[in-house]
Design a binder for this molecule. Structure first.
Ligand code: COA
Length: 259
């Protein structure tokens, strides 16, 4: 049965929350009564989503911060608490990616993606910890299915996402006793997002649809609904899990024998 207001009287901080999957998560949380703070590198990516959130009747706050910069992250977290009073839910969604074979990738290119995705997840989680601890809370780390197989052109992102999944499991153990659940979501290709636009072409999208047991790409709502579940009391005994939301696509990436 549909339950309204799953997140009433809570505050969420969502990095990368201005656009794409994380914008969808922000709107879904707001629809369930959650006040939402969003961050990303550029304030102009945040303001339209902040205004959309406010139009839905919740308190919303936007602050530019690069997750690679621990001082900026600390400032942003402090500003969120000043504006919205607390942090109950953290979604680590800020990410950067491009396709490049390892042979052509510079050390700085590899390190930049690890810095944004993996170290950024650590930086924001650590900065938010005192506030999550105050009342108990939930962390959701957005990773990917890239590291499950040898995804070519993604040595940087796959390593970073594998690291995030590892961090999810470790923090679930360290922070569970503090009343904080730490979980992840590994989305498949999600239609209409910058990631799919930038990282795929018509042929690879058609290939993904053909391979996917459910015969389609994912939607932003698919990920938003999974986030809603993990953030809410409905998942109160779920900790340390990375939920794959890809229609079973990665399982079919191996070819049928004889095909
Ligand atoms: N192929 C190979 N190397 C690349 C690259 C590409 N497409 N894009 C960036 N790099 C390398 C740069 O060459 C640089 O390394 P170098 O100093 O050895 O030359 C390093 O990565 C840092 O790049 P830079 O552009 O200075 O970093 P940035 O912090 O401004 O941005 C990203 C890094 C990853 C965020 C950038 O690619 C970007 O802005 N992407 C668009 C947004 C995005 O990724 N969204 C996520 C969904 S796909």
């Amino acid at each position: 049965m549909f339950q309204p207001d799953l997140l009433k009287n809570t505050v969420a901080l969502i990095t990368g929350g201005g656009t794409g999957i994380c914008r969808g998560i922000a709107l879904a949380f707001a629809a369930h009564g959650c006040d939402v703070a969003i961050t990303s590198r550029k304030i102009e990516h945040l303001e339209p989503t902040r205004d959309e959130l406010r139009a839905r009747g919740v308190r919303a706050f936007a602050k530019a911060a690069d997750v690679r910069d621990p001082a900026a992250v600390n400032d942003a977290v402090a500003a969120v608490v000043t504006e919205l009073g607390r942090i109950d839910i953290l979604v680590n969604g800020a990410a950067g990616n491009f396709i490049c074979l390892a042979e052509h990738l510079s050390p700085n290119g590899f390190g930049t993606v690890v810095d944004i995705d993996l170290k950024g997840t650590f930086n924001v989680s650590k900065a938010a910890l005192p506030h999550l601890k105050a009342r108990g809370g939930s962390v959701i780390n957005i990773s990917a299915t890239l590291p499950y197989l040898g995804t070519m052109g993604q040595s940087h992102a796959a390593a970073a996402k594998a690291g995030i999944d590892s961090l999810t499991r470790t923090l679930a153990c360290e922070w569970g006793p503090l009343g904080i659940r730490v979980n992840g979501i590994a989305p498949g290709p999600i239609e209409g997002t910058e990631g799919v636009t930038r990282l795929t072409n018509e042929k690879s999208r058609a290939g993904a649809i053909a391979q996917c047991p459910l015969g389609r790409l994912g939607t932003v709502d698919d990920i938003a609904n999974a986030s809603l579940y993990l953030a809410s009391g409905a998942a109160s005994y779920v900790n340390g899990v990375t939920l794959v939301v890809d229609g079973g696509l990665w399982l079919r990436s191996a070819r049928i024998l004889g095909e």
